[in-house]
Design a protein around this ligand. Structure first.
Ligand SMILES: Nc1ncnc2c1ncn2[C@@H]1O[C@H](COP(=O)(O)OP(=O)(O)OP(=O)(O)O)[C@@H](O)[C@H]1O
Ligand SMILES: [Mg+2]
Length: 381
């Protein structure tokens, strides 16, 4: 039976590298061609040779070859052909499944907070930055894009149920920030186990079906890392400028650098690095020490050639007011205020004037449905 490139492509849709990357979805594979070879076929796979800023690994080529040969016994030969970056970029635009970004409120400057490693303080930085932008007088919103590891409502101690009006969600308004998160739609400790399309659907619905109050700034708290989930979420916000959060240790910095390269490969604008947990001021004697070492953010800033925007110290438990939110009279508040000021002085591009005609579909989560009655304020979870 004849083998077509379509057959090979649909098989490759389920292929993952040893590190879990879906190569087809991630844009690594640019083109597939099948030609006759001996008694069977030869498959030519064109790949991006400097994918995500790194040379293609031999190991990945071998596993793809093995995968194709096991899937299609008639395949006698597989050639993995690296393409130059330029051609790969052009081809990626065609090959990468385009997921149209969600409609955003008009006139909003979007700031994506990203990191390489988890736990470096993205969510903490996101809420405090949002708070400082709000303090500068801007209408500010925060969208918790960490669908699986949402934490923004907890950090802001939001307990009240989400309300709806005319099939749209009214975001809780806390510390002058409009907040939207997956947490509002699932049970307290219910794990969210959605994959691919559902993830996109959740983000789209949170963005499009929320009654945003014409935010001038929207902070996006992104999931950590450079894996498929982070890449997918990035894809939904092509206009967002990215801030890279790292801790000062060399390990976190290295991973942060990779995340920065990934953001660049997705054509995101990287506006700077924020070093969190940079130092600790002893509350007793004022001595400053560096529990995680020093220099990580400088390394990242230098290698990616972006500014180091702020160094945030450890905020000792009990010093902070609302969990992760640094109180107004705390010295660290100033650092966040200056960060917000710096960002505001940058030439960020606001979202276009897009008609805000919201879809009427209900937000569906496994086993639950959000009421569409304007007066209904049932707690979901
Ligand atoms: N500057 C800081 N001082 C003290 N504790 C901090 C600081 N920044 C963050 N933390 C604490 O470290 C933990 C991780 O922070 P946070 O949740 O903001 O990280 P994250 O990068 O968003 O994590 P994840 O990758 O899981 O989303 C939290 O308990 C938070 O309160
Ligand atoms: Mg987080």
């Amino acid at each position: 039976m004849a083998l077509t490139s379509k057959d090979v492509l649909s098989a490759l849709a389920s292929f993952r590298t040893s590190s879990g990357i879906e190569v087809l979805k991630a844009g690594y594979i640019q083109d597939v061609a099948v030609e006759p070879h001996a008694a069977g076929f030869q498959v030519n796979i064109h790949v991006d040779d400097v994918w995500r800023g790194e040379a293609v690994k031999d190991e990945d080529r071998q596993t793809i070859t093995f995968f194709i040969k096991t899937h299609f016994p008639d395949v006698q030969n597989v050639r993995i052909i690296p393409r130059s970056r330029e051609k790969a970029d052009a081809a990626r635009k065609i090959a990468r499944p385009s997921q149209s970004p969600p409609r955003t409120p008009p006139g909003t400057k979007m700031i994506a907070v990203i990191s390489g490693k988890g736990g470096v303080g993205k969510s903490t930085v996101s809420i405090n930055l949002a708070r400082s932008l709000a303090d500068l007088g801007f209408r500010t919103a925060i969208l918790d894009c960490d669908i699986y590891g949402f934490s923004v409502p907890d950090l802001l101690q939001i307990e009240e149920p989400i309300k709806t009006r005319e099939r749209q969600f009214i975001p809780p308004h806390v510390n002058n920030i409009d907040v939207m998160s997956m947490k509002f739609f699932v049970g307290h400790n219910t794990p969210v186990m959605w994959r691919g399309p559902m993830l996109g659907k959740a983000i789209r619905q949170m963005m499009e079906e929320t009654l945003w109050n014409q935010p001038e700034y929207m902070v996006l708290d992104l999931p950590p890392g450079t894996g498929d989930i982070a890449m997918d979420v990035h894809d939904y916000f092509p206009k967002a400028a990215a801030i890279l959060v790292t801790t000062p240790d060399a390990n976190a910095a290295k991973v942060a650098e990779r995340a920065g390269q990934m953001a660049r490969s997705l054509e995101r604008r990287l506006i700077g690095v924020v070093e969190n947990m940079a130092y600790l001021n002893c509350p007793e004697c004022g001595y400053r020490w560096y529990p995680l070492g020093q220099g990580g953010a400088e390394t990242v800033a230098k290698s990616l050639q972006i500014p180091l925007l702020a160094k945030i110290p450890w905020v000792i438990s009990g010093e902070s007011g609302v969990r992760g939110l640094v109180p107004t009279d705390h010295p660290t508040r100033n650092i966040y205020d200056q960060l917000a000021q710096k960002i505001n002085e940058m030439d960020l591009v606001p979202t276009g004037d897009i008609t805000n005609s919201f879809a009427s579909a209900q937000f569906v989560v496994p086993g639950k449905q959000v009421p569409n009655d304007g007066n209904d304020a049932t707690r979901h979870g």
